[in-house]
Design a protein. Structure first.
Lengths: 199, 260
């Protein structure tokens, strides 16, 4: 099972790399294919960070234009194409969020909603489903292995760009507890990504 | 000691991945990554890979159909500059038609300039807010160093190449963090950085890079001060180096100062 998962993820990275190489040669069809694989994921991510759909669209557009112009700056030793694109999108959206000071209202994360969401990928096209399916098992395991607090802390940091002190204030927890839970949460995610999960 | 410095940078991988480092820390960390430290590059890659799972915890929303077309259109526009514009048909149109079209075009152009200028103003104000927030975070960090129970201070004076330069390093020997105050150093081109060195046993050890945009006083937090014992430090020095710094100094010395 684990071998199959790793093989699947390697194949995804290989496909992404091929697309990126074609994009470097200014192949518009390759960008179109990469878009089909990732647009909804990036849009979902941007919408989770930014309240305005227009701004989320702007971020996704900016990311694909950056991929088009700067595909040669991708360094394979620093992670997969998937995480490169997701990281770029998250950082752009967070920059927009911070500069627009949207921090007025805190959006609480509902883990029950997250669980329900997992099975709900029917709106994705086949290319997107393939990408999501690669990680689906990890995500399902993540929800079982991480505590509610760990997920909330990670999400407040990742989707809202809050510092650990801000999260401590929001969740009314000691700063030390937030730091520990965040470290543990990241560690568990890393174990899952490395394929070290036991069940 | 080398081990200790690498650990300082390892601890920065998560805040870097989450975009929580200030400008100075970010530059120091990126300069460290460029040195090719396998441990930090691998750590960062794993953290980014792990965090990139989080978007999958949420209900996937389809991106609007028009977005793809918009991206492709923009790429085509950038690839094919104005030369590809089709000519307007000019036969059989009454003159007043052209007049109305011209007036509408003028109004549209005027509106576009107005909206663009408003957008610029808002963007500029947003940027200022972000800069102010970064500045505040930086000052808070500096205050933390200054509040340490025991601190050391070394004054740096401008070297021959730029005698007006002035600097001060204040460091907490226990936590191995320092604040570097710089004044009167000339701004440098984009492909250069100033690099701070601590000299021990006649060997310079890099403690980070920084740049000066304006010739005014600046403060930088120095992370991973490899040598923190005052008795071991022979001097601090600042040189001008290629962007990102070098493992050994190669450029002119701009400032130097010794604890003795």
């Amino acid at each position: 099972m684990l071998l199959a998962l790793i093989t699947q993820r390697l194949k995804q990275q290989q496909d992404d790399l091929t697309l990126l190489k074609r994009i470097e040669r200014k192949d518009q069809q390759a960008l179109s294919e990469l878009y089909d694989r990732y647009a909804s994921l990036l849009y979902t991510l941007s919408r989770r960070i930014l309240p305005s759909p227009e701004e989320a669209e702007d971020v996704v557009q900016e990311v694909f234009l950056l991929v088009w112009k700067k595909s040669s700056t991708y360094v394979e030793s620093r992670g997969t194409v998937y995480s490169w694109i997701i990281t770029m999108c998250r950082n752009k959206a967070i920059d927009t969020l911070r500069s627009k000071r949207f921090k007025k209202q805190q959006q609480e994360i509902d883990i029950e909603e997250a669980k329900e969401i997992l099975s709900d990928d029917h709106r994705l096209n086949p290319q997107e489903q393939a990408v999501v399916a690669d990680y689906q098992r990890i995500v399902q395991t993540a929800l079982k292995r991480l505590s509610r607090d760990q997920i909330r802390i990670l999400e407040l940091s990742y989707f809202k760009g809050y510092s650990q002190s801000e999260i401590a204030r929001i969740l009314k927890m000691p700063l030390g507890t937030v730091k520990t839970k965040m470290r543990q949460g990241v560690l568990k995610l890393r174990q899952l990504v490395r394929g070290e999960q036991k069940g | 000691m080398e081990q200790r410095q690498r650990h300082t940078f390892l601890d920065l991988c998560l805040p870097y991945a989450l975009g929580r480092l200030n400008e100075g820390q970010r530059r120091q960390f990126e300069a460290h990554l460029r040195t090719g430290c396998n441990e930090c590059n691998r750590e960062l890659a794993e953290i980014q890979e792990s965090l990139s799972i989080l978007p999958l915890l949420h209900r996937q929303q389809s991106a609007p159909r028009s977005l793809k077309e918009s991206i492709i259109r923009q790429i085509r526009q950038e690839e094919k500059p104005a030369a590809g514009q089709p000519a307007l048909p000019g036969v059989g149109r009454p003159w007043f038609g052209y007049g109305i079209a011209a007036v509408i075009a003028l109004i549209l152009v005027g509106l576009m300039f107005y909206v663009a200028s408003l957008h610029d103003t808002i963007t500029q104000q947003d940027r200022q807010l972000v800069e102010l927030r970064d500045e505040l975070e930086r000052k808070e960090e500096i205050l933390q160093v200054l509040q340490a129970p025991r601190i050391n201070v070394v004054i740096l004076k401008g070297a021959e190449v730029h005698p007006a330069g002035y600097g001060k390093i204040i460091w907490d020997p226990e936590k191995r963090v320092a604040v570097f105050q710089v004044a009167n150093l000339p701004p440098i081109p984009e492909d250069k950085d100033y690099q701070l060195w601590v000299i021990k046993d006649k060997t310079p050890i890099s403690t980070g890079v920084f740049s000066i945009q304006h010739e005014k006083e600046s403060y930088f937090k120095v992370l991973g001060l490899t040598v923190a014992d005052r008795n071991e430090i022979e001097a601090f020095a600042v040189t001008l180096e290629p962007k990102g710094g070098l493992p050994k100094p190669s450029g002119a010395v701009y400032m130097i100062g010794s604890p003795q």
